[in-house]
Design a protein around this ligand. Structure first.
Ligand SMILES: [Zn+2]
Length: 453
């Protein structure tokens, strides 16, 4: 069959079978390259006695071992493909971006020129699904962080790929000697000045920019879409973005949740709050797996998201667990008819489940419940313990919008009990004590201050 790489419309119009066939062929080619030039997988496969030529397609994929985030963090250089005989564009490093991690030194992910071109193809497909185009003016509100992350670096590539205009506000904590970062008010001014149609950034910062635009009575009426990423966004938070866009008289009130990661790139929703399409199945394969056995789960069953790169030349990851629990659907999308894998939420970060007072709770559910309360300007949930023998304490820190503090406190207590079955202590503080956009790239909504066990 002929390749549809490079032809967005043809790529998105394929049948599920045609996509699976293309993915199997791409997998064979990717594995052949790894067998020659990927230090980590060569070692793993030899150790496991795995004959890689016997992996013929997607049906054999589960015979490959899972790759954990810890394995990548331990030796990121070993995950780079090194093949001196490849064409220059498949060897030259075009950019290094970093994955978030718990360590002080984030993990580098290497992209060759080939990978940047592939990412721009993925961005074109994503834009076609999500309805972005060359008439858009994108206001990039992601910060340039000390270790640059994909979200910032790739914003320009998304605009380049579709011929859109882009302006970067460069918000966030100042570092370095050059005073390049801009304030929140400057970000609002640039959105208005350039008549941005798309506001593109971390969910909590986009919310803060819209709130500030209301206060400043800025004209941001050209905005039609908020494209948010970088942190879990709840239905309540997305609804609030829509409410703010209505209050601001924006041209549209759509919220596009750009689920993705440095390793994954961005996925695309064909409708608001819908599942996320894998926009470029020739580049990427997605599955939900049992993290213990490595076995793929039946369609629709929730498990760990495992992603497999099918056409990369820098850092290459196979069956990589990025730490999210989701379901994966195949077949045609009931909404838009496109095929390829779809990630079905809610996306739960596996590491985010925590034990409080002996109960396993999902803080995301609590944060969602709190985000629904209309009278909170900011909020933060803290778990703490005074000493090893003291009981856990669940504290909800809140900043009001100037209403009745007692009534607000009662609503917070009720919402917390409803969400996680634990009674909190409520502390009223100033908004800036929870989230100061001049100092923090995003709001930290949940903090575990207990001493490590
Ligand atoms: Zn769809």
């Amino acid at each position: 069959m002929t390749s549809t790489l490079g032809d967005v419309a043809a790529s998105l119009a394929r049948s599920p079978d045609a996509i699976a066939e293309a993915q199997s062929a791409a997998l064979r080619a990717m594995l052949a390259l790894c067998a020659r030039g990927h230090a980590y997988y060569r070692r793993e496969w030899t150790g496991a006695g795995l004959d890689i030529a016997s992996i013929r397609g997607l049906d054999d994929l589960a015979r490959l071992p899972l790759t954990t985030k810890d394995a990548l963090m331990a030796e990121p250089e070993a995950f780079r493909l090194r093949l001196p005989d490849l064409p220059l564009e498949e060897r030259a490093i075009a950019e290094v971006i970093h994955t978030t991690g718990s360590t002080a030194m984030p993990t580098p992910v290497y992209n060759t020129t080939h990978d940047v071109l592939a990412y721009m193809f993925q961005a074109r497909c994503m834009a076609a699904i999500a309805g972005l185009g060359e008439h858009d003016v994108i206001a990039n509100l992601f910060p340039l962080t000390p270790a640059p992350m994909g979200a910032f670096q790739r914003s320009a590539q998304n605009a380049f790929a579709i011929g859109a205009a882009i302006v970067s506000a460069l918000p966030g904590a100042p570092f370095g000697a050059f005073a390049i970062q801009r304030s929140l008010d400057e970000a609002v001014r640039l959105v208005a000045l350039h008549r941005a149609t798309v506001v593109w950034g971390v969910t909590s910062f986009v919310r803060r920019v819209l709130l500030r635009a209301l206060e400043l009575k800025a004209d941001v009426t050209a905005v039609r879409l908020c494209a948010v990423a970088g942190e879990a966004s709840s239905p309540a938070l997305r609804e609030e973005l829509r409410r703010l866009m209505r209050e601001l008289g924006c041209a549209g009130q759509r919220v596009f949740d750009r689920y993705g990661s440095t390793e994954l790139g961005a996925l695309a929703q064909c409708r608001e709050d819908g599942p996320w399409h894998n926009p470029a199945p020739d580049l990427l394969h997605l599955a939900a797996v049992d993290a213990e056995t490595g076995q793929p789960l039946p369609e629709g069953e929730r498990g760990w998201l495992a992603l497999t790169h099918l056409n990369r030349r820098g850092t290459v990851l196979l069956r990589f667990l990025q730490g999210d629990v989701v379901a994966v659907e195949r077949g045609r999308c009931p909404d838009c008819g496109r095929a390829g894998e779809r990630v079905v939420g809610p996306v739960v970060r596996a590491k985010d489940l925590v034990k409080v007072k002996g109960m396993l709770i999902n803080p995301a559910v609590l944060l969602e419940e709190l985000a629904r309360l209309p009278d909170l300007a900011e909020f933060q949930v803290v778990v703490r313990r005074d000493n090893a023998l003291a009981p856990d304490e669940l504290v909800v820190r809140v900043a009001g919008r100037g209403g009745d503090e007692l009534a607000m406190t009662a609503r917070v207590v009720a919402a917390t009990r409803r969400a996680v079955g634990v009674s909190p202590r409520v502390e009223c503080v100033a908004a800036g004590e929870i989230y100061d956009p001049a100092r923090q790239p995003k709001a930290v909504r949940f903090v575990d201050r207990r001493p490590a066990p």
